[in-house]
Design a binder for this molecule. Structure first.
Ligand code: FE2
Length: 306
C-alpha cells in the first residue's frame, strides 16, 4: 500500500438520481442472489447489463453453483469478497477464484462454462457484473483471466479510505483492466471504472473520497457494508443505505462520497462510457439485434459455442 500524492479535487460532484433496491432471485442451479442491476436499467446504465450480489453463509443457498451454461456478446466480471469459485470452460481453461480476486471473462463469440463454489461451509460473498461489448467485438475470441487479490492495486487516501482499483484509474493507480488484458485500451471504448472503496467508521470528521469522472459516463455505487452519503455540488448529502444502489446523475466533474453511520462502510463505484447501441438480450446472450440472438441460440444448439 502507498499513499498517493494529492490530486485535483472534484468541484461539481454528481447528485443521486435514483436509489434502487435489488431484487431477490436465484440463478444457475438455484443460487440465491440479489439482482441489483436489472434488465430495465440496461439502457440507463449502458454499458453495464447486470450486477448480481451473492452473499450467504448457508451452503444450501449457493452449493449447487452455476453448472455448464453458455454466454455470447459481452464480458463477465466476477469479484469474490469471501469464498472460492472454480470455473471451467469449453476451451479447456480452468481456474480458481479466491477472496479478493477477480475473474474477467470475455465471452465474445461464445463459450460454455461452469462456475462452482469450492467449499462446503462458510460464507460465500461476491459480485458478478456484466459489461457489454461493442457490436464490432461481440464475436471476438473468448478469453478470460484470473486476477489474484495481490495483483489489484490498493492504496489508502489521506482520509483513511482504502481504494482497490479493479478497472480504470484512481489517483494514478491503474487497475489490471484494461492494462493487463488481451484487448488493448483502444478496444474498451466503454473505459470501465470499477473501484472497491472501504471507509473507516464515521467519526467527528467522516472520511470522504472523490473521483473525477466525465459527465458522459454512466455511474452508480452499490453499498455492501454500512452506509455512505453522496455529497452533491450544493453540499447536500443523500444517504445510501446498506444493499442499495444509487444511480448518479450525468453531470458535474466527479463523484464525492462520505462515510456515514457508526460502522465501517464498503461500496463499489462503477462507471463507463455508454455504447449507445441497441441491446438485445436472450438469457446469457447479449447482441444488438433479434436476428443475432437467433443465430446465437442456433449456434449453441448446434454445439458451435466451444
Ligand atoms: Fe457464467
Amino acid at each position: 500500500m502507498n499513499t498517493p500524492a494529492a490530486f485535483s479535487p472534484v468541484q461539481q460532484p454528481r447528485r443521486v438520481e435514483r436509489i434502487i433496491t435489488g431484487q431477490p432471485t436465484s440463478d444457475g442451479a438455484g443460487v440465491k442472489l440479489t439482482r441489483v442491476l436489472t434488465h430495465d436499467l440496461q439502457q440507463r446504465l449502458d454499458p453495464f447489463l447486470m450486477l448480481d450480489n451473492f452473499a450467504s453463509d448457508d451452503p444450501d443457498d449457493y452449493g449447487a453453483g452455476f453448472p455448464d451454461h453458455p454466454h455470447r456478446g459481452f464480458e463477465t466480471v466476477t469479484y469474490m469478497i469471501a469464498g472460492r469459485m472454480r470455473h471451467k470452460d469449453s476451451a479447456g481453461h480452468e481456474g480458481l477464484l479466491q477472496n479478493g480476486g477477480v475473474q474477467w471473462m470475455t465471452a465474445g463469440r461464445g463459450l460454455i462454462h461452469s462456475e462452482m463454489p469450492e467449499q462446503e461451509a462458510g460464507v460465500m460473498e461476491g459480485f458478478q457484473l456484466w459489461l457489454n461489448l461493442p457490436g464490432k467485438d461481440k464475436l471476438c475470441p473468448p478469453w478470460y483471466r484470473d486476477i489474484q487479490s495481490a495483483e489489484i492495486p490498493e492504496f489508502v487516501t489521506p482520509d483513511g479510505v482504502t481504494v482497490r482499483v479493479i478497472a480504470g484509474e484512481s489517483r494514478g493507480a491503474g487497475g489490471p483492466v484494461p492494462g493487463a488484458m488481451h484487448r488493448p485500451a483502444s478496444a474498451y471504448p466503454t473505459d470501465p471504472l470499477y473501484l472497491d472503496l472501504h471507509f473507516p467508521a464515521a467519526a467527528a470528521a467522516p472520511a470522504a473520497f472523490s473521483q473525477p469522472l466525465p459527465a458522459s459516463r454512466n455511474a452508480f455505487i452499490y453499498v455492501y457494508r454500512g452506509a455512505v452519503e453522496v455529497v452533491d455540488a450544493n453540499g447536500g448529502a443523500m444517504p445510501v443505505p446498506l444493499h442499495r444502489m444509487a444511480i448518479l446523475a450525468n453531470e458535474g466533474d466527479g463523484v464525492l462520497l462520505r462515510a456515514a453511520g457508526s460502522v465501517p462502510a464498503r461500496a463499489l463505484l462503477i462507471a463507463g462510457q455508454p455504447l449507445g447501441e441497441p441491446i438485445a438480450q436472450y438469457g446469457p446472450f447479449v447482441m444488438n439485434t433479434r436476428e443475432q440472438l437467433m443465430q446465437a441460440v442456433e449456434d449453441f444448439q448446434a454445439g458451435r459455442l466451444v
